[in-house]
Design a protein around this ligand. Structure first.
Ligand SMILES: [Fe+2]
Length: 178
C-alpha cells in the first residue's frame, strides 16, 4: 500500500536520504576588547560625565522667564545621559577593561569643561549645544573605531545615542533661534 502519493514529497524523501549529515563545528568565541576602542570609549565616558554634571548645574541654577521649560529640559537631558553613561561604562567592562570612575579622571580626560553657576539661560543653552556637538563627535569617532574592529554591539549602542543627541541639538537650536 502506497501511503505517499505526492511526487514532490517522494522526491524530497529520496533526496534527503542522499544528504550527508551536516558537520557540526564549534564557533570560536572571539574575545572583544581592543586598546584603541577602550581608549575612545573611556574618553567618551569622561566627556559624558562632565556634560552630565553641567546639566545638573544648569537644572538647579537656571533663572528667568524660561525657568520651567529649561529646568525640565536639562533634567530630561541628564536623565538620558545617566543611562548612556552606564551603558558605555558597562561596555568597557564587557571587554575586561576598567572604565574611568573618578571625578578627577573625568576632568583630566574631558574636552568638555565645567562652567560656573551664574550663566544666563541663553549662555546655558549655548554651552549645552556646544557640549552636544563635542559628545556627538566622540560618539561618531568611537562608532567608527568599533566598526573597524567589527564590534557590532557597540556600533548598535552608539547609533541610537547619536540619533537621539542630534535630535536634541536640533530642538535646542530651534528653541534658541540659532
Ligand atoms: Fe530636580
Amino acid at each position: 500500500m502506497n501511503f505517499c502519493c505526492c511526487p514532490l514529497l517522494v522526491k524530497y524523501i529520496i533526496n534527503s536520504k542522499k544528504m550527508e549529515p551536516a558537520k557540526v563545528t564549534k564557533k570560536q568565541f572571539a574575545k572583544l576588547g581592543f586598546d584603541k576602542e577602550e581608549t575612545t570609549l573611556n574618553t567618551l565616558l569622561a566627556n559624558y560625565h562632565v556634560y552630565y554634571q553641567k546639566l545638573r548645574n544648569y537644572h538647579w541654577n537656571v533663572k528667568g522667564a524660561d525657568f520651567f521649560d529649561l529646568h525640565e529640559k536639562f533634567e530630561a537631558l541628564y536623565t538620558v545621559a545617566t543611562v548612556n553613561i552606564d551603558d558605555i561604562a558597562e561596555r568597557i567592562r564587557v571587554f575586561g577593561h576598567t572604565p574611568l570612575s573618578t571625578m578627577q579622571a573625568y576632568l583630566d580626560n574631558s574636552e568638555i569643561t565645567e562652567t560656573g553657576t551664574d550663566l544666563s539661560p541663553e549662555e546655558m543653552v549655548s554651552e549645552v549645544m556646544s557640549d552636544i556637538e563635542t559628545i556627538d563627535s566622540f560618539l561618531v569617532e568611537t562608532l567608527d573605531t568599533a566598526a573597524e574592529v567589527g564590534d557590532v554591539a557597540t556600533v548598535s549602542l552608539l547609533n541610537k545615542m547619536i540619533k537621539d543627541i542630534e535630535k536634541e541639538h536640533w530642538m535646542l537650536s530651534a528653541f534658541s533661534g540659532r
